[in-house]
Design a protein around this ligand. Structure first.
Ligand code: ADP
Ligand code: TRP
Length: 321
């Protein structure tokens, strides 16, 4: 079984990305026969227009994955744009991609609703994502819920192409883990870089403290009993702490006499207990940027070998070879 996933370098990653995506992907390296994980920099270009920021984000995502325990011996870890063959496959897929389907894609409509310009890159985003998945003959693609439709488009494209030109592509399965909770942000909505409500993964101690102490709460006095289930501090805490610790905080809230300030301090402690080892590894890697570059280059070389095989088959099928 081959597992493939991509993550966009569109800014600094946050706690939601770590708990919701990176940690799961890194765990899967133990179960899969092989893994292809990549930094989706071509995709990020649809939202990032500052070149310096993009470069920084690409390096940052590489550090995040490696610090989270990605093992380059088990995972082919690379940058999407280091294997530009994916663009040729995207073109071959676009030949069978119905416009009407792309016009209905949620993520495209969503971005337009948020005032983004309707560019061709944004529109064709799902076709490039299908090319990522099909090029590397993936079996299983772990993604967040918001990517479900992109996986359906990928499968439909593979079926359509295979029917028209012969069996070239393997049909991938999506893997959307149900047990991965949505991490709330400091304002109680889903944590997302677009909402400015994140707790950073790689920030300084000061930045982390500021984010956690800034979690929005109601004005209930310290003495009042409080419902942990409606409380953002507790909802984040239980994702970081042990079940026993989480139960203890819930009991304290219910009993009353436990203030939000104390709960935030406890959350900060749990954050550091879980993430300091990660942050130390990240800092160590940061001191050796050449090592990170070498890992990505060697991943790209392996990815290219796979990419060439599939692309040959696709080119032959359509009559380019
Ligand atoms: P953002 O919402 O900050 O732009 P992305 O959409 O780039 O994050 O998400 C990258 C990955 O991180 C996806 O797999 C997504 O499901 C996961 N992710 C993002 N935010 C959260 C969250 N708040 N809780 C759980 N997982 C998340
Ligand atoms: N669109 C995905 C996201 O925003 C990133 C991505 C690009 C991806 N290509 C992929 C994910 C291929 C899985 C497989 O999260």
């Amino acid at each position: 079984m081959r597992v493939l996933t991509g993550i966009q370098p569109s800014g600094r990653l946050h706690l939601g990305n770590y708990l919701g995506a990176i940690r799961q992907s890194v765990k899967l390296q133990e179960k899969a026969d092989d893994c292809f994980y990549f930094i989706a920099d071509y995709h990020a270009l649809t939202t990032v227009s500052d070149p310096a920021l993009l470069r920084e984000a690409i390096h940052g995502v590489a550090l995040d994955f490696l610090a989270a325990g990605l093992d380059p011996e088990k995972v082919v870890f690379f940058r999407q744009s280091d294997v530009p063959l994916v663009q040729e496959l995207a073109w071959l897929l676009s030949i069978v991609m119905p416009m009407s389907r792309l016009e209905l894609a949620h993520s495209y409509k969503d971005k337009l609703a948020h005032g983004k310009e309707a560019t061709h890159g944004l529109f064709a985003y799902p076709v490039l994502m299908a090319a990522d998945i099909l090029l590397y003959r993936s079996d299983l693609v772990p993604v967040g819920k918001d990517q479900k439709q992109h996986l359906e488009i990928t499968r439909d494209l593979a079926v359509k192409f295979n029917l028209k030109f012969g069996e070239v592509f393997k049909l991938p399965e999506g893997f959307i883990p149900e047990d991965v909770a949505t991490v709330p942000g400091t304002d109680g909505q889903k944590m997302s870089k677009s909402y400015g409500n994140t707790i950073p993964l790689s920030g300084t101690d000061k930045e982390i403290k500021k984010a956690i102490m800034g979690i929005v709460t109601d004005s209930a006095p310290v003495e009042a009993p409080k419902d942990p289930e409606t409380n953002t501090i507790y909802k984040i805490y239980r994702l970081l702490a042990s079940p026993e610790e989480a139960e203890l905080m819930a009991d304290r809230f219910r009993a009353g006499g436990y203030g939000y300030g104390d709960a935030k301090k406890e959350l900060l402690r749990a954050y550091h207990a879980l993430l300091d080892p990660f942050r130390e590894r990240r800092a160590a890697l940061e001191a050796h940027p050449d090592d990170v570059r070498d890992i990505l280059a060697s991943g790209a070389a392996k990815a290219r070998v796979e990419a060439e095989k599939t692309l040959h088959a696709a080119r032959r099928a359509v009559g380019l070879e």
